[in-house]
Design a protein around this ligand. Sequence first.
Ligand code: UT7
Length: 370
Amino acid sequence: MARYAHITGWGMAVPERVLTNHELAQMVDTSDEWIRSRTGIGERHIAAPNESTATLAVEAAIKALTVANLAPDQVELIIVASATPEHIFPATACLVQDRIGAVKAGAFDLSAACSGFVYGLNMAAQAIRTGSMNNALVIGAETLSKFTDWEDRNTCVLFGDGSGAFVLQGSDEPGGILSAVLRSDGSGGDLLIVPAGGSHLPASTETVKNRQHLIQMNGREVFRFATRVMAQATREAVQAAQLTMDDIKFVVPHQANKRIIENAANQLEISLERCLINLERYGNTSTASIPIAICEAAEDGRIQPGDRLVMVAFGAGLTWASLVAQWSGPFPTKHKVYPAWYRVWARVSSLMRRFRRHVEGLIWGTKEQG
Ligand code: UT7
């Protein structure tokens, strides 16, 4: 029997601190008028020093599990899509796994920049459709503010921090993720890049001095690329799902620039009302932008079970991706679970495992010395 991967839970988190265009105008040579008219962005959320990609990811994950009424120990796979992971390694997904108490989950990070959440949803859906697992958590989480060059007005006005998470669950009922299109073009890798800190250009005093650990972008070229692929990828995913644009309630575009979204809507011959747009309040949160836009619309009732959506993203790589999903909502369950409570136990059991490793290390260390 065919298996389907349904979206049964969703959650989002953004830092409390809001940075307005007016504040940015005090920092670099820009204005609220320029930022609004060229991008559509009015403000963005910025992580506090004690917040990171993993902390935002954990918050969104717990909310998504709460909506799905799924206990963390039932999760079998965690994918964190991020352009700003906690470390080069270990994977941010493993830190999330530990902090939420997902004791039976495999966990890995996915690097496809702003397209990462759509890539991740498709990967998790494929795993569920094969029947090899039933419950997956896909998270898009970013703290772009920590990689932003706050002296570069070309980029610092664009980005914001946040996270969004979906729970995917398997069922024999048709629905859920219906089709996906994943694409890349590495010839444009230099157009949007953090040049240093990897094996190509390891960290040195020189790279730090040259600000090469921060985001660099050729905005005009990325803009042209985005307007070339957004509508095309949307059409391809709709066609692959054997649907037409009339079957689609909302297009959920990556929230990078309102002009890019308007251009895509024009090419698709749909009204802007059929696009979910919230970048005015969040800026570009990369992998988190699509799940945050969907969370808000699901929470205020704009998205209802049975509605079909197209998610479409583009970003560094270059990558782009689109996906058609039929909205499901939580599966019926018998008992209420409290995923947030698992965090306390997860903390204790994590400390216990660390302690055991420490003690084992002492014992084995003594034996070797002996
Ligand atoms: O997730 C993917 C991430 N990236 C994107 O989606 C970026 C896609 N690109 C864009 O959104 C747009 O290209 C930008 C918003 C980055 C720039 O808008 P634009 O209309 O393409 O502007 P531009 O790069 O053609 O620059 C126009 C002018 C330049 O001045 P000159 O050279 O004409 O004198 C810039 O120096 O605007 C200037 N400028 C600014 N002025 C005030 C660039 N940034 C700013 C700024 N404030 N923040």
